[in-house]
Design a protein around this ligand. Structure first.
Ligand code: ARG
Length: 576
């Protein structure tokens, strides 16, 4: 156990249990501003067993169990115990972490099956910046959950079903398959969609064909399905180029679009009817989940079937819950979807609970996120004034990264330059996305995100590369210092060491609320602590054994930085 807080909790568990008459009681150990850690559990325990918290605090100190970790113990206030770690304890913990490939982060003892629903762009529609957010947040959560040892199932719930497909297929037929394919493979999905829309609005004959096409599609007509499949294939090809460019772990195997759940839809209605949850309202089948009302205070229905066979987004999300729980065995389902869909998900989850499909401890969580704004605080737009497209945004990121790199590092070889531009450009966008609290709208600011100073991707990548260069300059193999003793002497070494030991806690806190920005904050603080250390503590010029100790500390910092960035989906170049 490398995390000092967890170590102290473990050490105190028997003491607290003994005081609590043999039953376990949480010692409530927390990081502290005054010392390194603080034991807060004496107060609740005193309340429970009816005693004086200061006496319990005294018993903790007198027991001597903390002597192996602390150089100082102090009882404060009504009964807190402040713990200052001894340098030997910190050094020992650090040596353990340095020898550990997992950097002290244990695999979970309660692995869960977690379905993560993310990215989910719509067929024959352009991916927009909102899809960028879900793709990046989802990818980071996948990486963290997998690293913690959970069984993660990625699902890309693309919008590949519904009435617009009548119009899209007819437009495909009118254009001819070859021309349509050429058009769509350019990635101009919105253009295709707009043309179809225009044709629909312009002609009643087209409208009639489009409606007939929807009926054929729902009826499973083979030729219609083939044409529909073509649209899906051309769109997903485009999505895949974007995923590849981003280095996001999503492939065709992860596709589970709305169409996947069509066969289950009648059963959803069937089951709801059998459970007596369906009500007829204005010719539609609806469920009234308790607690949802409209502006006038009237009960708000979740519509699951409009007329015969007219299923919708809610029906498919209910089918989805059934499939994920009953077929995949999900313990936890995360929906990384914009905050605008909050009411939809709250209603779907409530109905699924009413139907018994989603019973605790199984859990569904809407991992909501806010809107991307331009520096003018309006919805982000491209240079031409159109809503910003995903691909345009990535191209611009690369362009801007190239300018920044050429200025900072004109001596790179052509290969190094190309690779570095990619890592910095994409990394900058990803870090900007992930480092703000996801529930807030955030301002997309090119200059800030590509800056080499402050809480940015390039700054962290540079911090990593700088450590690598210390080793390169001295011609020392980084792995040669791994697991060697680390001596804690100066306050800067101590600060850096404690930060490194807090890595497992940082990951846990991040996953508690599915908030990648918390891991970003950790990685940033780690880089800042390293800067303070490097400014005050000579490394290569120090005498042995300090020199090796400081090199070991630097190596562990670089590993933790690279690892943390990797969990966020960001590359850490060794040179830039
Ligand atoms: N395709 C939808 C959109 O672009 C997101 C789907 C999210 N997932 C779900 N199970 N509803 O907004």
């Amino acid at each position: 156990m490398s995390d000092p807080i967890a170590t102290i909790s473990d050490l105190l568990a028997p003491i607290f249990a003994a005081l609590n008459g043999g039953e376990s009681a949480d010692p409530t150990v927390r990081p502290s501003d005054r010392a390194d850690a603080q034991v807060n559990g004496a107060l609740p325990l005193a309340k429970r067993i009816g005693g004086n918290p200061r006496d319990i605090a005294q018993a903790v100190v007198d027991s001597g169990v903390l002597d192996v970790v602390a150089s100082e113990l102090e009882i404060a206030g009504p009964g807190f115990v402040n713990v200052t770690f001894s340098p030997e304890f910190v050094a020992n913990q650090l040596a353990e972490v340095s020898a550990d490939d997992r950097l002290g982060v244990p695999a979970t003892t309660v692995p869960k099956t977690v379905v993560i629903d993310y990215s989910a762009p719509n067929v024959a529609k352009e991916m927009h910046v909102g899809h960028l957010r879900t793709t990046l947040i989802g990818d980071a959560l996948v990486r963290m959950m997998e690293f913690r040892g959970h069984r993660v199932i990625r699902e890309n719930h693309i919008g590949d079903w519904g009435t617009p497909f009548g119009m899209l297929i007819e437009h495909l037929v009118d254009l001819g398959e070859e021309r349509a394919a050429a058009h769509l493979s350019l990635g101009d999905l919105d253009g295709f969609y707009k043309e179809a829309r225009a044709a629909f609005d312009a002609s009643e004959e087209f409208q009639a064909r489009a409606r007939q096409r929807v009926v054929l599609l729902q009826g499973g007509d083979a030729e219609t399905q083939r044409l529909w499949g073509l649209l899906v294939e051309l769109s997903t090809k485009h999505f895949n180029t974007v995923y590849e460019m981003l280095g996001v772990h999503l492939t065709d195997d992860d596709l589970a679009g709305e169409s996947t759940y069509q066969p289950l839809m009648p059963e959803v209605i069937e089951r709801l009817r059998r459970l007596d949850l369906l009500t007829e309202s204005d010719g539609a089948d609806v469920v009234f989940p308790p607690g949802f009302t409209n502006r006038d205070g009237d009960p708000l229905p979740l519509i699951v079937q409009k007329g015969a066979g007219g299923f919708n987004y809610a029906t498919s999300d209910l089918a989805c819950v059934i499939d994920r729980v009953e077929r995949l065995g999900a313990d936890l389902i995360l929906y990384v979807v914009d905050a605008g869909q909050q009411q939809h998900f709250q209603m779907v989850f409530t109905v699924a609970e009413m139907a018994g499909w989603l019973a605790p401890p199984r859990e569904a969580v809407h991992v909501a996120f806010g809107i991307v704004l331009g520096t003018d605080r309006k919805r982000l737009r491209s240079r031409s004034g159109e809503p910003m497209k995903f691909v345009e945004l990535l191209d611009e990121a690369l362009e801007r990264a190239a300018v920044a790199i050429d200025e900072k590092d004109p001596d790179l070889t052509a290969d190094q330059r190309g690779e570095t531009i990619h890592m910095i450009g994409i990394g900058a966008v990803k870090y900007a996305e992930l480092s703000t609290d996801r529930v807030k709208d955030y301002v997309f600011d090119w200059d800030r995100m590509l800056s080499f100073d402050g809480n940015t991707g390039p700054y962290l990548q540079y911090a990593h590369a700088r450590i690598c260069s210390i080793f390169r300059r001295a011609d020392i193999e980084r792995s040669s210092v791994r697991g060697l003793p680390i001596l804690i002497d100066t306050p800067q070494e101590r600060g850096l060491a404690l930060r490194l030991l807090a890595y497992p806690t940082a990951i846990d806190t991040t996953l508690e609320t599915y908030s990648p920005h918390k891991l970003c904050t950790y990685v940033y603080e780690l880089a800042t602590d390293f800067t303070a250390f490097y400014e005050h503590c000579p490394v290569l010029k120090a005498d042995e054994p300090i020199r090796t100790s400081r090199l070991a500390l630097a190596d562990l910092t670089a590993r933790t930085l690279a690892h943390g960035l990797d969990l966020l989906g960001i590359d850490a170049p060794e040179q830039m």
